[in-house]
Write a protein of this length. Structure first.
Length: 435
């Protein structure tokens, strides 16, 4: 055998051995391709609830999660929702087919009427585009995605400081930048209207302004109608684009029209705008993910084009939205009798929360807890920004087993006639004794 041929055979053998060894290594290694990605922090509120669930202390209280509870601390299925479910289940035409890409048509039109008002000129002039979404979160995502594709990418999204924990991540997820505007004044526990207007004025023309339609989360502080007019003036003067997040219509005050006032005011003034609706709180349909994105534009031609693009974006993301929750909402909103019963259920929830505000306030006054507590009465909706410091929150959790977010926000729905004494006394103790 020639030396050349021997070399060839040896090389071939060596290659085979290498391949074998590499293959062995590949199988044997436990090193992941994703080894070095950072560990994401758990979501604060869901983490808080998980810790609460594990806590064995009998008097524990959960004031963290933004979900309605009855006076026994239990989730509440609205009676009208139970009724609608029965009707749907017993309907021989109910099936599990796909909905349209943009969702259930009767749900979408009823959603637009609910937020804009039945006599809205925008609806009459066919200037409204709608798309069913994965609840309020999905509406926010789809809304910002739409703007990132068809509006502008060179302007920031202006977000209140503070805001709902998810807003920033949603904005980032579609590649937009955000900037915060002043909102909450810790000295008055109220709105910093001057700081707010100044930030709107200072932002680049045409910025997207994220506004909480009512019951601001987390502060419970809403602008008055007069302040909304001033906000609209500056947004108009600066050509900003209003983006309304409406997660608490009817739940905030018990009055659906009152809670929609700001949105309708902007529509009346001729703005093009976008609205995200959630039926999690006002229908108690948290896990069913029923929501809607509505865009109001200047004319019917634009509205058709907008809706066609929402359908394309939706198709690539979720193909089509879930049917069950939307069917319940649609049935209730489109039936006058069920609608009236829903309004009663809304009052049950919002009035219980308002009652808890009164009782908490009275107890703190009775205990002569240092500080002023008017804001507990004045703030609106599910949450109250107590003004408690992080150090005080820590003691409430560790010593009293009362769970709340470290910014001092409490969910009023977590309070009941059974735990309010315990909460007020614990709060009194930390205010007096913890720096
Ligand atoms: C301000 C705000 N927007 C949107 C949402 C979205 O909620 P969901 O996706 O459950 O409808 C919430 C829920 O807490 C909220 O507070």
């Amino acid at each position: 055998m020639s030396a050349n041929r021997l070399n060839l055979i040896l090389n071939h053998l060596l290659n085979q051995i290498n391949e074998f060894v590499n293959a062995e290594n590949f199988v044997a290694t436990t090193e992941s391709l994703f080894q070095n990605i950072p560990l994401a922090e758990p979501d604060k509120i869901f983490h808080l609830t998980a810790t609460y669930v594990q806590d064995k202390f009998p008097q524990k209280v959960n004031l963290g999660v933004g979900a309605y509870r009855d006076n026994d601390g239990n989730p509440w299925i609205l009676p009208v929702v139970r009724k609608a479910e029965q009707i749907i289940i017993n309907d021989p035409n109910t099936n599990h087919e796909y909905l349209q890409i943009t969702g259930l048509p009767t749900f979408r039109t009823a959603s637009a009427k609910l937020i804009l008002g039945v006599d809205s000129p925008a609806i009459k002039e066919n200037r409204v585009s709608t798309c069913q979404s994965i609840s309020g979160t999905g509406a926010n995502h789809l809304g910002f995605l739409f703007l990132s594709r068809f509006y502008r990418k060179d302007v920031p999204v202006l977000i209140s400081n503070p805001t709902w924990v998810n807003h920033k991540d949603i904005v980032r997820s579609v590649g937009l930048e955000f900037r915060e505007y002043a909102y909450y004044n810790p000295k008055t526990n109220g709105l910093d209207i001057d700081g707010f207007l100044e930030a709107l004025n200072d932002a680049p023309n045409g910025s997207i302004v994220l506004l909480h339609a009512c019951a601001h989360n987390p502060t419970g502080v809403d602008p008055s109608q007069e302040q909304w007019c001033k906000i609209a003036d500056v947004i108009g003067a600066k050509n900003h684009f209003p983006f309304f997040d409406c997660a608490y219509q009817g739940f905030a005050s018990g009055d659906l029209d009152k809670d929609a006032w700001a949105v309708r005011h902007f529509v009346q003034r001729g703005f093009e705008l976008l609205i995200c609706q959630s039926y999690s709180k006002n229908f108690g349909l948290y896990g069913q993910r029923a929501g809607c994105l509505t865009v109001v534009s200047k004319n019917a031609d634009a509205a058709i084009k907008i809706e066609s693009q929402l359908a394309r974006l939706q198709r690539a993301e979720i193909s089509n939205p879930p049917a069950y929750g939307a069917r319940i909402v649609s049935l209730v909103l489109n039936d006058p009798q069920l609608h009236a019963e829903w309004v009663e259920d809304l009052r049950t929830m919002s009035y219980r929360i308002i009652e808890m505000r009164k009782q908490l306030y009275d107890k703190l006054i009775e205990l002569r807890t240092p500080g002023t507590w008017n804001h507990i009465l004045e703030q609106i909706g599910m949450f109250s920004y107590t003004g408690l410091r992080t150090s005080q929150v820590k003691v409430l959790i560790q010593k009293y087993h009362i769970y709340l977010t470290d910014n001092g926000r409490i969910s009023m729905a977590g309070l009941s006639t059974k735990n309010i004494d315990y909460f007020a006394k614990s709060l009194d103790d930390v205010v007096r004794n913890v720096e």
